[in-house]
Design a protein. Structure first.
Length: 186
């Protein structure tokens, strides 16, 4: 298995880590959640455990969470690890329900828009889109790579992005797509 070299896209460095996203916290962390605000499993559940139950409580206190939108939450105990905010993309209606591609795309885009209005200069992104029914890793990686590269080209305050996940093929596809979008190896 090859190690993927970090890339530079504009003024933003993009790193790739074949590991749990919680092992690579940055000032902001992105996570997909459901519209009920239940953070029970996957990365959302792990974030709730690491940050404390206030994270889920704050999410649920937001009232109606609409699929395809995003919100920012206080980091709870993750602040001890340098996290300033948690960006939640609402991608499904209920816990365990599969997301639709358009919801994943819209939620991720909205989260990046919200983060651009904060002081956060670094972001950890997990593998997004891999739970969309019938989607291949290359297509899921395309969601992340195309939206991220478009945001960086439009202008972003992010100086560093880390894409972290356990699937090498997903990370490899993100790497290749970002290179096609104009990223250069560091």
């Amino acid at each position: 298995m090859t190690v993927l070299r970090d890339l530079r896209l504009g003024a933003t460095r993009v790193g790739f880590r074949e590991d749990d996203p919680l092992e690579h916290p940055r000032e902001a962390m992105y996570v997909s959640v459901n519209a009920r605000g239940v953070m029970a499993s996957g990365l959302a559940g792990a974030l709730r455990l690491a940050a404390g139950s206030d994270l889920e409580r704050e999410l649920r206190s937001r009232g109606e969470l609409l699929v395809g939108t995003a919100c920012l939450l206080a980091p709870g105990r993750l602040a001890e690890r340098g996290v300033v905010t948690v960006a939640c993309g609402i991608t499904t209606t209920a816990p365990g329900s599969p997301p639709k591609r358009v919801a994943v795309e819209h939620a991720f885009t909205k989260a990046l828009d919200l983060l651009n209005m904060t002081s956060a200069r670094s972001l950890t992104i997990p593998e997004i889109g891999i739970r969309v029914p019938g989607i291949e890793f290359a297509d899921a990686a395309g969601i992340l790579a195309l939206i991220l590269s478009a945001r960086i080209r439009q202008g972003t305050r992010l100086h560093e992005v880390v894409i972290a996940g356990l699937h090498h093929e997903y990370l490899r596809q993100c790497h290749a797509l970002l290179i096609r979008a104009g990223a250069m190896a560091e």
